[in-house]
Write a new protein. Structure first.
Ligand SMILES: Cc1ncc(C[n+]2csc(CCOP(=O)(O)OP(=O)(O)O)c2C)c(N)n1
Ligand SMILES: CC(=O)[C@@H](O)[C@H](O)COP(=O)(O)O
Ligand SMILES: [Mg+2]
Length: 594
C-alpha cells in the first residue's frame, strides 16, 4: 500500500506527517512520469507543482474554497488529490481524463479554458460572488504561473483585486522562471531580483509573502496558512523548478518538457522523430524570406519554438520579439512595427488569436497595415480539447475588411503563399496551418483567376464542385474518385486565398449542379458561408453546401477521429455529396481517415 493509496480524503491528506509528505511527493512524481510519458501531456509544469498542490489541498478546503488554476495545464496533481488517479491511463484520450480542469469531472474543478492569464479575473469575480452571497468563510485561491502573469488580463484583475481590501483573494504565484523558455521582460527581472526587493505587489494594494521554496511542503503550508488568515488580498510568491525531480525535464533547455507526446521515460524523448510538420516547413521558409527581406521581423507570444520561429531567431535575434503571453500586445506592437516601415509576421496558435481580435480589426485592419499572421494549430488540434481547437479564425477574420486569408494545401503552397503574404504591402494577410505532419505536394492541373484546378472529371465534369480549404484537398480528391465510381462528375478547386471569396468562384459554381465547400473551422460564418453569400450576391443559383465543424465546443481526442466525426474525411465528404444529389442509398466505403 503506497501513501498515494491512503489519501482518499482531505482529512487523510492532512494527517500525513512531514516524512510521509516527502514520500507522497515522490510517489506522485513517479506516477506522473510513468503515466504522462505513455499518454503525452504537460509533464514539466506538473512535476514542478507537486508540493505546491499538496500544500494547497492541506490548507484549503476545496471545493468550498475555490482553487482556480491559470491555464490549467498544471492541474494533474490537483486531479490526483481529488480522486482521479485511475483516470490517468486515458489522459487526453477520447472519453478519458481532460488535460485541464473539467467541471464535468469534479466539483473541485472550476476553469476549463486553457487560455492563459484568466485566473485572477475568475478569482475577482468569485470573491465578489462569495461576498455578496454572505459566504465570508469561503476563500478564493488563484494559482498563476510567472508566464501567465505576463498576460494583460492578469494586470487588469490585479488592479481590481488590489483595490478591494475587504475581499481576500489569495494569489499563489508559481514562479519557475519559465513560460516555455525563460520568462522575459521587466516583470521577470523584478521577480528574479530576490527577497530583498520591495515588491510592487504591495504598491498595488496586495500583501506579499515570499519568496517561498516551492518544493518544501511545510514551508509552503506556513505561507498559505498566513495568507488564509490575512483577510486581505495577498500574493504568495512560490519559487518552483519546472520539471522538478525528472532529470530529462530539468535538463531540457528548450522548455523543461513543457508538453510531450508518448516518450521514452528514460530520456523524455520520442522513440523516433516524426515526419516534418507544417510548423517546421514554415520556420524554414520564414528564415529564407528573412534572409531576402531585411524589413521582415517576427513576433511570438511566448511560444517561439512551438510556432516555428526558432530558426529565424537564431539567425536574426534582433528581428524576432517574444512579448510574453500577450497576444493583444503582440498584434498592436506589430501594427507599430508596420507603421515604422517593417513587415511583421505574428506567429500564434489560431485559438489564441481570438483574444486579439479587436487588435486585428482596429489596430491592423483599420490602418490597412502590412502585417502577416501565421496561425499554427488551425482547425482541430486534438488532445488539448475545446479551448485549443483552432476552429474560429475563419469565421472571425472573415469580418475584417481588407484582410486576406490563405490556406496552403501542401508544403509548396505554404512556401508560395508565405512569400505572397510577406510581399504584400497593402493590408493584412493570414496563413492558417494545421497541427499535423505535412503531406505530399498536390499539383494543380491548371490555374485560372488564381484558382488551382486539382481535378476535373473527364466524363461529367460539371456535376459537383468541391472547394476544400487547405490540407483538406487530399480528402476532397479521395472523395472525387469515389464519387466518380458512382457516375458523378467532380471538379476539385483550391482558391488558395480563401477569404475574401475569389470573385471568379461564383462563376465557376454557376457551371455546376452543386458546390460544396470543405473547411476545418466552424461552418457558421466560415469560408462556405462566405461563398454562399457571394453566389447569392452574383445571382448564382447553384446550391452551396458548407461542410465544416459545428458551432460547438468539441472535446479532446485525436485530430483524425474528430475530423471523421465532423464528416471532413473522404467518406464524410462523399456521403454529403451523395445525400445532396439524391443518391443517399449508395453505401460509402468508410475505410481510412484523413
Ligand atoms: C493566451 C495563451 N497564449 C499562449 C498559451 C500557450 N501556453 C500554455 S502554457 C504556457 C506557458 C505558461 O507559463 P507559466 O504560466 O509560467 O506556467 P508554467 O508552465 O511555467 O507552469 C503557454 C505560453 C496559452 N495557453 N494561452
Ligand atoms: C497549455 C498550452 O496552451 C500549451 O502548452 C499547449 O497545450 C501546447 O499545444 P501543442 O502541444 O499543440 O503545442
Ligand atoms: Mg512558469
Amino acid at each position: 500500500m503506497t501513501t498515494l493509496d491512503t489519501i482518499g480524503s482531505r482529512e487523510a491528506l492532512r494527517s500525513l506527517d512531514q516524512g510521509r509528505l516527502l514520500v507522497l511527493a515522490e510517489e506522485i512524481r513517479a506516477f506522473l512520469i510513468d503515466k504522462v510519458t505513455r499518454t503525452g501531456g504537460h509533464l514539466g509544469p506538473n512535476l514542478g507543482a507537486v508540493e505546491l498542490t499538496i500544500a494547497l489541498h492541506r490548507v484549503f478546503d476545496s471545493p468550498r474554497d475555490a482553487i482556480v488554476f491559470d491555464t490549467g495545464h498544471q492541474a494533474y496533481v490537483h486531479k490526483v488529490l481529488t480522486g482521479r488517479v485511475k483516470g490517468f491511463d486515458r489522459l487526453r484520450r477520447p472519453g478519458g481524463l481532460s488535460g485541464y480542469p473539467s467541471r464535468a469531472e469534479s466539483e473541485h474543478d472550476w476553469v476549463e479554458n486553457s487560455h492563459a492569464s484568466t485566473s485572477l479575473s475568475y478569482a475577482d469575480g468569485l470573491a465578489k460572488a462569495f461576498a455578496l452571497r454572505g459566504q465570508h468563510d469561503r476563500r478564493v485561491v488563484a494559482v498563476i504561473g510567472d508566464g501567465a502573469l505576463t498576460g494583460g488580463m492578469a494586470w487588469e484583475a490585479l488592479n481590481n483585486i488590489g483595490s478591494a481590501q475587504d475581499r481576500p483573494v489569495i494569489i499563489v504565484l508559481n514562479d519557475n522562471g519559465r513560460s516555455y523558455a525563460p520568462t522575459g521582460g521587466g516583470l521577470a527581472e523584478h521577480l528574479a531580483a530576490g527577497p530583498g526587493e520591495a515588491n510592487f505587489f504591495t504598491e498595488l494594494g496586495l500583501a506579499y509573502l515570499g519568496p517561498v521554496d516551492g518544493h518544501d511542503t511545510p514551508e509552503i503550508e506556513r505561507a498559505l496558512c498566513r495568507a488564509r488568515v490575512l483577510d486581505r488580498p495577498v500574493v504568495v510568491h512560490v519559487r518552483t523548478i519546472k520539471g522538478k525531480g525528472y532529470p530529462p525535464a530539468e535538463a531540457d533547455e528548450a522548455d523543461c518538457l513543457h508538453a510531450v507526446g508518448t516518450v521514452d521515460p528514460a530520456t523524455g524523448r520520442p522513440a523516433s522523430p516524426g515526419p516534418p510538420t507544417w510548423t517546421t516547413v514554415f520556420g524554414q521558409e520564414l528564415l529564407r524570406l528573412a534572409e531576402k527581406h531585411d524589413e521582415l521581423v517576427a513576433i511570438t507570444a511566448s511560444m517561439l519554438r512551438p510556432t516555428g520561429l526558432n530558426p529565424m531567431a537564431v539567425a536574426f535575434p534582433g528581428r524576432v520579439f517574444d512579448v510574453g503571453i500577450a497576444e493583444q500586445h503582440a498584434v498592436t506592437s506589430a501594427a507599430g512595427l508596420a507603421m515604422g516601415g517593417l513587415h511583421p509576421v505574428v506567429a500564434v496558435y489560431a485559438t489564441f488569436l481570438s483574444r486579439a481580435f479587436d487588435q486585428v480589426l482596429m489596430d491592423v485592419g483599420l490602418h490597412r497595415l502590412p502585417v502577416t499572421f501565421v496561425l499554427d494549430r488551425a482547425g482541430i488540434t486534438g488532445p488539448d480539447g475545446p479551448s485549443h481547437h483552432g476552429m474560429w479564425d475563419l469565421a472571425i477574420l472573415s469580418a475584417v475588411p481588407g484582410l486576406r486569408v490563405a490556406a496552403p494545401r501542401d508544403a509548396t503552397g505554404l512556401r508560395q503563399l508565405l512569400t505572397e503574404a510577406v510581399e504584400c504591402d497593402h493590408g493584412a494577410t493570414v496563413l492558417r496551418l494545421p497541427k499535423a505532419s505535412v503531406g505530399g505536394d498536390i499539383r494543380a492541373l491548371a490555374t485560372m483567376d488564381g484558382i488551382d484546378i486539382l481535378h476535373r472529371s473527364a466524363a461529367r465534369p460539371l456535376d459537383v464542385l468541391l472547394l476544400p480549404v487547405g490540407p483538406l484537398a487530399a480528402a476532397a480528391l479521395e472523395a472525387a474518385a469515389e464519387l466518380e465510381r458512382h457516375g458523378i462528375g467532380v471538379t476539385v478547386a483550391d482558391p488558395r486565398w480563401v477569404l475574401p471569396v475569389n470573385p471568379a468562384l461564383p462563376g465557376i459554381a454557376a457551371r455546376h449542379a452543386l458546390a460544396v465547400s470543405i473547411e476545418d473551422g466552424i461552418r457558421t460564418g466560415g469560408a462556405g458561408s462566405a461563398l454562399a453569400l457571394a453566389c447569392a450576391d452574383a445571382g448564382v443559383t447553384t446550391p452551396v453546401h458548407a461542410l465544416g465543424l459545428p458551432r460547438a465546443y468539441l472535446p479532446h481526442g485525436s485530430r483524425g477521429t474528430l475530423l471523421v466525426q465532423a464528416g471532413l474525411d473522404a467518406a464524410g465528404i462523399t456521403r454529403a455529396v451523395l445525400q445532396r444529389t439524391g443518391r443517399a442509398d449508395i453505401p460509402v466505403d468508410t475505410e481510412g481517415s484523413p
